[in-house]
Design a protein around this ligand. Sequence first.
Ligand code: SF4
Length: 243
Amino acid sequence: MSLFSPPAGADPLGSTIQGVVRAASAGAPRSRQRRIGPSSAGHPCARRVGYELAGTEHVNAGSDPWPAIVGTAVHAWLADAFARHNRELDRERWLIEQRVAVTPTMSGTVDLFDTQTGTVIDHKVLGADSLKSIKRDGPGDQYRTQIHLYAYGLARAGHEVRRVALACYPRSGWLDGLHVWSEPYDDALAADALARLAGVAELSRLLDPASLPAEPGPTCTWCPFWRPGSTPDATGCPGASAP
Ligand code: SF4
């Protein structure tokens, strides 16, 4: 039975639809991105950052693309919603999907900047466990670094940035479940993240990414370089069993 064979009794149209969706997802621009961006720069695993810096091809194509598809669709819907609010206000309170240069070699797209409060906002569409974790403990290093790097880029472009925020929407559930985490913008946090990245980049020039310290965890299954059951090398990492 192939990976996409329908279970007994299921309409075979299901496997056709899955195939179309998976093929479209695999060809999406984000899936082909190879240069490290703000969303990966603060990942706690130096080895993963090293792979990104080396432009390593993704080997973990097996993860289900649906959460990313839902996230992309929700981002597009939200961009329209905030553009509509700008039109109703007859002014540009919200800067939407603003391209920003963080460094000469790193750029990204800021989901939303609220010019009224000086808040840089990133939309996150999250599963129940991640949402619960952010409500309980706040965001981890990766999300926190990402939003401060966006703020850093916007501040350098001349915007008056005062706060950063993550607007966390439940992937399944209700709008009432929206959770917003925020804190003051910290220029030093962004500068520290860039300094750490420069350190990993320096090591990456000298060493194979597999030689960089790994920090395996539950998110390894989402890592583009996760290759379970293998020996770590320049092309992939076994994750939880990583030496
Ligand atoms: S699989 Fe896990 S340990 Fe290995 S590089 Fe990715 S995040 Fe790091």
